[in-house]
Write a protein that binds this ligand. Sequence first.
Ligand code: FMN
Ligand code: SF4
Length: 258
Amino acid sequence: MDFMRICVDEVLEAAGNDMGVLVKTNMRDGFRGGLDIEDCLTVARELERLGVHALVLSGGFVSKAPMYVMRGEMPVYSMTYYMKQLWLRYGIRLAGKRMIPSVPFRELYFLDDARLFRRELAMPLVYVGGVVDRNGADRVLDKEGFDFIQMGRALINEPDFVNRMASASGNHRCGCDHVNYCIARMYSREMVCHKHCSGLPPHYPRNRGNQETRFNLLRHITLRHFKRFYHRPFFRNYPARVKRQKEATGGLIHYYGK
Ligand SMILES: Cc1cc2nc3c(=O)[nH]c(=O)nc-3n(C[C@H](O)[C@H](O)[C@H](O)COP(=O)(O)O)c2cc1C
Ligand code: SF4
């Protein structure tokens, strides 16, 4: 807590009077043994006392519960597809699903926890997590008493999402399917929505909100890697060289030497 106080004091001083200071803070860490609601409320009350201008209410812990903040499945296959080091690629593919547990997605998934913070704090609060349509945005701002909303994937998927919501006669919903490809890709390339880019991993379900299947993974590994290795001179010339050696030695050599 002391370290947080020192940081916040420094930042508020540097920001002066012409810049808002928003703090994104957890409501839960999302794993057993991490900070829970009561701990995080204590942190939030202290941030309010220190005078930060607004809190963005989030959750999760990158190394232990990374999908708690996003929800849905971490597409391990997409994440590793762009990696150059083979040992890392296959190591993460093997262990990834165990290392990164999925947490089911639902609309406004942080709302239940965020209400507890709304009740306890008077300061401006920013709601984040699963805002996907105008009804949800209106509900958070008008009925639940939050001052702002933050959106991630809806805007990655539809950068003009806010204007579309404003101009729609009824409810406008974004086209994000929460497959989380954008998150997976950003570790090795620029971050874009899989519905607006090329160079996707083969068999990527462009228009279907679902998971990467083991079947796709297996098919891709076998075909792509067979082709890749087969076209290397060592492998491509292998049958011809064995044949030549057999002929030269009268069939005595049955192996490929140097
Ligand atoms: C591609 C991508 C990158 C993100 N990077 C960060 C980050 O660096 N720090 C952070 O606190 N949250 C990060 N987030 C989480 C978002 O800020 C947000 O909390 C989360 O996506 C939930 O909101 P949504 O349901 O509107 O997407 C990221 C999200 C996405 C999709
Ligand atoms: S890649 Fe696009 S559709 Fe997929 S989760 Fe990200 S924003 Fe949504």
